[in-house]
Design a protein around this ligand. Sequence first.
Ligand SMILES: [Zn+2]
Length: 308
Amino acid sequence: MRNHIYGIDIGGTTIKIGLFSRSGLLIEKWEIDSDKSNNGKNILNDIASFIKNNVIPLDDIIGYGFGVPGPVVGNTVLNCVNLGWKEVNIKENLKDLLENENIYVANDANVAALGETMNGASKGFKDSVMITLGTGVGSGVIIDGKIITGTNGAAGEMGHIKLIHEHGLACGCGNTGCLETVASATGLKNIFTELLAKTNTSSVLRSVEDFNAKLIFDAANNNDELALEAVDKFTYYIATAIQIITVSINPEIIVIGGGVSKAGLPLLDRIINHFKNIGFSSVKDTKIVLAKLGNDAGIFGAAGMVKV
Ligand SMILES: [Zn+2]
């Protein structure tokens, strides 16, 4: 009987590799650099070499799960700007090198959502949605403990819900006014910059040239009037997205993760307060919690896709 599973989270800077037991316990984890030269051609070979040189023999590996920063249909990544990949079928590329056909691939936000269900904030819940607030906004939908990908792999691309209908900022996807333009770390900066220009409200950050989301949160925690106004708007937009999610999917629990979630309880409490005001009556009490696994969510979720 084979005893080990690999969960691999391929990111634009590093590749996180987790070795798990058959029952899903994390045994050891490593990080290797993502080699983006030659349109990321070496990435999969680098992963295969690392695994082959590891102490666990290939014939003891049950299977492999991969999270990738782009849309995925089947085992094919359609477009990974961060890695320089166009269309890459990970299973076809690796099954011979790893002598294993038990290979699964999903988008990284979806994999992180599954990871939180395997071992984090949504453990024990069958239906959950995780929203990842980072440089952009990602999300993953888990129904009956499984990732929902949709026809084109776009299920859970909630960062691109069109939320601002007039004078919306340009989004990386080509549209304007997407959730991502107002609910990411960049989004908070956008909101604050607009308020700075529009109002005369005093703020300690007026004299700061290069501020970021963290400085805005810190100022808000110190009762800076303008920072508080920006954070209030920011959390209202997130609550609006949660309002849409709850009436579309009606999950048991919403998990908030990503770098921005490090702002912690002051962020969460504001989101919950706004949601209580705008949530549809029967879903108003949907649990909203902070993610628990941080950067490990990806490897847990990737391993969690592997059929044992
Ligand atoms: Zn967009």
